[in-house]
Write a protein that binds this ligand. Structure first.
Ligand SMILES: Nc1nc2c(c(=O)[nH]1)N[C@H]1C(S)=C(S)[C@@H](COP(=O)(O)OP(=O)(O)OC[C@H]3O[C@@H](n4cnc5c(=O)[nH]c(N)nc54)[C@H](O)[C@@H]3O)O[C@H]1N2
Ligand SMILES: Nc1nc2c(c(=O)[nH]1)N[C@H]1C(S)=C(S)[C@@H](COP(=O)(O)OP(=O)(O)OC[C@H]3O[C@@H](n4cnc5c(=O)[nH]c(N)nc54)[C@H](O)[C@@H]3O)O[C@H]1N2
Ligand SMILES: [Mo]
Length: 760
């Protein structure tokens, strides 16, 4: 049985161990992309402002900025995200005159995004195959008329992607709610919703409890179902620094990801010259896809055994008695597990489980980090709650150096939730909104991302508005998404660049191009900044300084206000124009509605901003009983069956979600092709397939059969019976109905598939 492998073990049959992640290679790649897209001068200016106190927040991931910043406070992939936004390429009216929508549909997603920044508002009229320019006021009026004409405000959907600022997002939800709907699906539904639901129940708050300072104190950090080398590269710096202090790191991931194996810190001169790099993971558990519950139960069983050998010395009894409930039920559940089944389901040996348990029991302060490898399963909520169980056993929460750390994706996805982007608003929030603005917000829950697609498909929702994102590509079952949008009367998309969702066949479509993070935002009262909340609840400012891609662009808050005024008319209780004239006025409203933002405008102007309060951080658990709760879950039982694999979908090193920068995936040694499926070499041989061979993938989930043709099978170091393919190429294999229990996050990370030699 495979299991834990020492990080110093000989190279595996995958390309992951070839060289350290980051280092010179990363800096060179970042600079060359930046220069190609932006030109030398603009690149230098953009990168020197990135993540600096008076600059803009990186539009990439939500990893926080350290208190003491270096001159180079960004990573290779942050630089790519900035280059993509600050590119010199433009698409305006002439482009859309040349390209009918039907021909744009034939282009790849990569090609669409690479055309450059959208420059002016565009309208595709009913029956036309072309987008044509439209004046801003006319665009707003058109959208306003369509929204007013609906039989019910619940026929409108307001999707948000997590790049929107607090100010834009607050206005957007205000608009939807004054119109009369809670239909606010967002990318969080597709992402960390499982973490929010699970932690809310377990510890009374749907967010993590650690800050960067805790990384400097932990003795053990678990990195579960996360690939920070590509998706949160600056986290590797925090892990390497922890490592230098003697902190141990355990990686739990079916793929041996290079960034978790070895890292050369681009901020250290020796590392840049290729003279120094650090090993990251002390222990690397290559578990089976979907094997996390079995593994965590196995580890917890070993912790209980250690407690039995040294009663009173392993578990934190004082914490358990004072602050938790449900421990006895957890213990019973663990004791009745069959250890052989835990090994089989996780693919990890008992010895390796014991090794982690011993490390865990010997560590005073433990942090558990996780991302999409945990949340995007049918049992995503259960996964997160089993992680919380492990932490609770030794009181690893609410004290320095310890706690849960769901590492967020989009740079402001956490902030968007905080300021009201949710289809299930709390009553207290709605009460505060009502008191502040003097209208009665709707109380019935709205549609999440899955329900939004279903509603459009069934003709129950007719107008689709999106504040960023690429909804039809980020979601499962692309054909269903396209058909759903095609039934809408109107789609209105506030965007920076062209993507496939703009090409959906709704009767009419508007593209409203907006300023990006990097760009100067001038309003009536002068230059504005916006604010964002990182993955660790730190709220800080972000101010664009580059000249806008086009003089016709408007800011997201201004576009939302324009739409709101047009839809709600003069009867609206919100002074939209005044709020947009000076974003301090928006922040004053946020402060009055949402707890934790006291003195917002002053505190956010301080270097580093401020941290939002959270009860769990001080062991005040805001659950009904005031205690943290152990929640046990059944093993999911994931045997994909003979001749089948459990497929997980992953991001390459050269993409940001649906935006593909290139066809390469440097750290995994894959070049020039994204339609690939990674399979264990022994599995390939057993199935009579050869590496590089053309294959078809098919799935049979929820009674539906789907097939994707023209993939290439690659031999890769991952457990037998498991496979991996890229998001979004593999999304058509997943039906919309397959999602996590309770959080309804699509099960993007466990799709049973067959892999067969390509037909014909
Ligand atoms: N450069 C870049 N940065 C990004 C993004 C990007 O696309 N590009 N996206 C942003 C967003 S929105 C998000 S949500 C984050 C995503 O960040 P991640 O969650 O790191 O991204 P994924 O590629 O989805 O990777 C999931 C990891 O989980 C592992 N995994 C898959 N299945 C399982 C499983 O069953 N169990 C376990 N334990 N592990 C599993 C995979 O091997 C992979 O290493 O990154 C954010 N940052
Ligand atoms: N199979 C599979 N599917 C997945 C995932 C997976 O791991 N596997 N991950 C899921 C996850 S975690 C997420 S978060 C979703 C992502 O879903 P989305 O957030 O909907 O998708 P993105 O690709 O991030 O959106 C890219 C588009 O956003 C627009 N944009 C970029 N910057 C800005 C800006 O500053 N303002 C505005 N208004 N628009 C902007 C551009 O037009 C760009 O085309 O995908 C999900 N889908
Ligand atoms: Mo995400």
């Amino acid at each position: 049985m495979s299991g834990a492998r020492d990080a110093a073990a000989p190279p595996a049959p995958g390309p992951a161990d070839a060289a350290p992640a980051a280092g010179f290679e990363a800096v060179r790649s970042a600079l060359s992309i930046a220069q190609r897209e932006m030109g030398a001068a603009r690149a230098l200016r953009a990168l020197s402002l990135l993540n600096q106190a008076r600059g803009f927040d990186c539009p990439g991931c939500a990893w926080p900025d350290p208190e003491r910043r270096s001159a180079v406070e960004f990573c290779e992939n942050g630089a790519k995200a900035v280059a993509h936004e600050a590119t010199r390429r433009r698409i305006g009216a002439d482009f859309f005159a040349r390209w009918p929508v039907s021909r744009l549909r034939e282009q790849s997603d990569h090609w669409l995004e690479q055309q450059g920044r959208l420059c002016e508002p565009m309208l595709r009229r009913r029956g036309s195959d072309h987008y044509e320019p439209i004046a801003w006021q006319e665009a707003f009026a058109r959208a306003g008329r369509a929204l007013r004409a609906l039989r019910s405000p619940d026929e409108a959907l307001f999707y948000t992607s997590g790049r929107a600022s607090n100010e834009a997002a607050f206005l957007y939800q205000l608009f939807a709610r004054e119109l009369g709907t809670n239909n606010l699906p967002d990318c969080s539904n597709l992402c960390h919703e499982s973490s929010g639901v699970a932690l809310g129940e377990s510890i009374g708050v749907g967010k993590g409890t650690v800050g960067l300072a805790d990384f400097a104190q932990a003795d053990l950090i678990l990195v579960i179902g996360q690939n920070p080398g590509s998706n949160h590269p600056r986290m590797l710096g925090a892990l390497a620094a922890a490592k230098r202090r003697g902190c141990r790191i355990v990686a739990i991931n079916p793929l041996r990801e290079r960034g978790l194996v070895r890292f050369a810190d681009p901020q250290q001169p020796l590392a840049l010259l290729g003279l120094a790099s650090s090993a990251i993971a002390d222990l690397y558990l290559q578990l089976r896809v979907g094997g996390d519950i079995a593994l965590l139960k196995g580890i917890m069983r070993c912790v209980l055994e250690a407690e039995a050998r040294a009663p009173g010395r392993v578990l934190d009894w004082d914490f358990l008695r004072r602050h938790t409930e449900g421990f006895e039920a957890l213990r019973e559940d663990l004791l009745q597990q069959d250890p052989a089944r835990l090994e089989r389901d996780s693919g990890i040996s008992r010895e390796a489980m014991r090794e982690v348990a011993d490390l865990y029991a010997a560590s005073e302060r433990v942090i558990a980090c996780w991302a999409m490898g945990i949340t995007q399963h049918r049992f995503g909520v259960a996964n997160v709650q089993e992680i919380a169980n492990l932490l609770l056993l030794r009181g690893n929460i609410g004290r320095p150096g310890a706690g849960p750390c769901p590492v967020r994706g989009h740079s402001n996805v956490q902030g968007d939730r905080t300021v009201g982007i949710t289809e299930k608003p709390a009553a207290a929030f709605l009460d505060a909104l009502a008191a502040e603005f003097g209208f009665e917000p709707p109380r019935a829950p709205g549609a999440d991302s899955v329900a939004a697609l279903e509603a459009m498909h069934a003709g129950r929702a007719r107008v689709f508005v999106a504040l960023g994102g690429n909804f039809a590509v980020a979601t499962p079952d692309h054909a269903f998404g396209a058909a759903a949008l095609a039934r809408c009367l109107l789609s209105v998309q506030i965007s920076t660049s062209l993507n496939r969702t703009h090409l959906a066949a709704s009767e009419e479509a508007l593209i409203l191009p907006c300023l990006g993070r990097t760009e100067r935002d001038l309003q009536a009262s002068g230059a504005q900044f916006v604010t964002v909340e990182d993955s660790m609840s730190q709220v800080h400012r972000s101010e664009g300084r580059l000249p806008p891609a086009s003089p016709a662009l408007r800011s997201e808050p201004a576009i939302v206000a324009g739409l709101a005024r047009a839809a709600l008319g003069s009867a609206s209780r919100v002074p939209w124009e005044a709020l947009v004239a000076d974003y301090d006025r928006i922040r004053e409203r946020i402060e009055r509605v949402i707890p934790g933002f006291e003195d917002y405008n002053r505190r956010v102007r301080r270097a580093g901003g401020f941290t939002l309060p959270s009860g769990a951080r001080t062991r005040r658990f805001e659950t009904p009983s005031g205690r943290a709760r152990f929640r046990s879950h059944a093993l999911p039982g994931l045997e994909p069956g003979p001749g089948r694999w459990l497929l997980t979908t992953i991001r390459s090193h050269d993409q940001f979600n649906t935006t593909i920068y290139s066809q390469d995936d440097r750290y995994r040694g894959i070049q020039g092709d994204r339609r690939v499926v990674l399979v264990n070499p022994l599995d390939l041989a057993a199935a009579g397939l050869e590496p590089g061979m053309r294959v078809d993938l098919s799935s049979e989930v929820e009674g539906e059969r789907r097939c994707l043709r023209g993939f290439r099978a690659l031999a890769y170091d991952l457990p037998r019976g498991c496979a991996a393919a890229y998001f979004p190429e593999a999304n058509p294999l997943l039906p919309l109905a397959s999602h996590a229990e309770r959080s309804r996050t699509p099960s993007f990370k466990s799709i049973p598939v067959a892999i067969q030699r390509a037909q014909g």
